[in-house]
Design a protein around this ligand. Structure first.
Ligand SMILES: [Fe+2]
Length: 231
């Protein structure tokens, strides 16, 4: 039997990371209380049972016209700690447009909204744990965490297991972004190798000729090679 593998220190984001200012407000100051799971929590209602639509995993085809920006394919597998595929996992993504702006009322920084881009998609992993999205590369965007703060380009990912309590949320980054050293969200993960697990790699096999650049990003749910997740 494979013993339970504890997460390596520094392999997950720190709950309280001073440079990431909002963690000062939201991090509990008292010791955490473990609430035992019951059957209803692991078998209870699950969001997102609606059938996946044709364009749910293609963010470039959700409007009458095509969005502006670099068309990309982001594909990979969801795996458990032993490298086995995790099928039937609902993956939801959300992201800024090519100009670095979210289609959201609180994002009012002076970059254009793209009428042909919502920035949200979803997919379900197949029998081999595979997922695939077509989208456009998001731009970097400014935020108010500290002076002249910019987030590296990223796509937010949420994964649902069999119940609400088995939801995991994280962010995927693009290779060689010069903003990495200045981003307190990525830097809240102390272990450099764990940071690397959030960075997709360019993949010529995923790239489609005359159509779109391809990136590969596998998500590992548990174990020492686990993808860092937000709490
Ligand atoms: Fe974001």
């Amino acid at each position: 039997m494979t013993p339970y593998r504890r997460l390596a220190p520094g392999s997950q984001p720190e709950r309280l990371h001073e440079a990431y200012r909002s963690t000062l407000q939201r991090n509990p100051r008292k010791p955490l209380i473990q609430i035992p799971q019951t059957l209803s929590e692991v078998t209870g209602p699950l969001y997102g049972h609606n059938p996946i639509g044709d364009t749910d995993n293609d963010l470039t085809r959700q409007h009458p016209g095509e969005p502006l920006g670099q068309r990309i394919i982001v594909a990979g597998r969801v795996l458990d700690e032993d490298g086995r595929s995790v099928s039937n996992s609902l993956i939801e993504i959300w992201q800024a447009n090519a100009g670095g702006r979210y289609r959201h009322h609180v994002d009012n920084h002076p970059a254009p909204v793209d009428p042909n881009f919502t920035g949200a998609g979803r997919a379900i992993t197949d029998a081999d744990g595979r997922y695939r999205f077509v989208t456009i590369k998001p731009g970097a965007y400014p935020w108010r965490n500290h002076s002249n703060a910019w987030r590296p380009a990223h796509i937010h990912f949420s994964l649902f297991g069999p119940a609400f309590v088995t939801r995991l949320v994280t962010q995927m980054y693009f290779p060689d972004d010069p903003l990495f050293p200045y981003d307190p969200i990525l830097q809240s993960i102390r272990e450099p190798q764990a940071q690397q697990r959030l960075i997709a790699r360019f993949d010529l096999d995923t790239t489609e000729e005359l159509w779109a650049l391809g990136y590969r990003w596998d998500i590992v749910l548990r174990g020492r090679a686990a993808t860092p997740f937000e709490e």
